[in-house]
Ligand binder design. Structure first.
Ligand SMILES: [Fe+2]
Length: 184
């Protein structure tokens, strides 16, 4: 028998250094409609914001690190570009619907303010028929993966991966910053 294991999903999780300093630069932008999900402005275009510059560079460096580990290439941070950035705010009890980031090489999210029960990022198993294999011995219908965010973490997923955000069961607004990243 020859066995091949297909369709793995590479996900990168990174720690952002000096995240407190970065977050102080993001908070003033967090409730401005134009920079929020559904707005039109690109948060990376905000001028003179040192925290955003550092975070954008971290996104690009992280994209090259993950791509190099997958593809055995030697991409640099400037081989990638951010395609719009925006802020997500989920008030208590809010959820995020299932969606993907279609064309993006990577969809990235950085966590600005979250608590223990702010709701996971759930990555949907792309093998839609997997539940028929698992019903006997698994209580879960799918191998969905719940990523529990903490402040200062950054996650990159391929743009095609469906994901949603679980209910914010904390008492504070869950704030994150997302961006799409492509190869230049
Ligand atoms: Fe998303």
């Amino acid at each position: 028998m020859e066995r091949i294991d297909l369709f793995s999903t590479p996900v990168g999780i990174f720690n952002v250094e000096n995240y407190e300093e970065i977050n102080q630069c993001i908070f003033p932008l967090a409730n401005k409609k134009e920079y929020m999900f559904g707005g039109t402005a690109d948060i990376w275009q905000v001028p003179n914001n040192i925290g955003l510059r550092k975070l954008q560079l971290k996104f690009l460096e992280s994209a090259s690190e993950l791509a190099n580990s997958i593809l055995k290439e030697n991409y640099k941070w400037n081989n990638f570009q951010t395609i719009r950035g925006w802020v997500n705010e989920h008030v208590p009890n809010a959820v995020g619907r299932v969606h993907d980031h279609g064309y993006a090489s990577f969809a990235g999210t950085y966590y600005v303010e979250v608590e223990e029960n702010s709701g996971p990022l759930t990555l949907v198993d792309p093998r839609s028929g997997i539940s028929s294999w698992l019903q006997k011995n698994n209580t879960q219908h799918q191998f969905n993966y719940n990523f529990k965010p903490t402040v200062g973490k950054l996650i990159l997923i391929p743009g095609w991966v469906l994901h949603n955000i679980g209910p914010n069961e904390s008492s504070i607004t869950r704030i994150s910053l997302s961006t799409n990243i492509n190869l230049r």
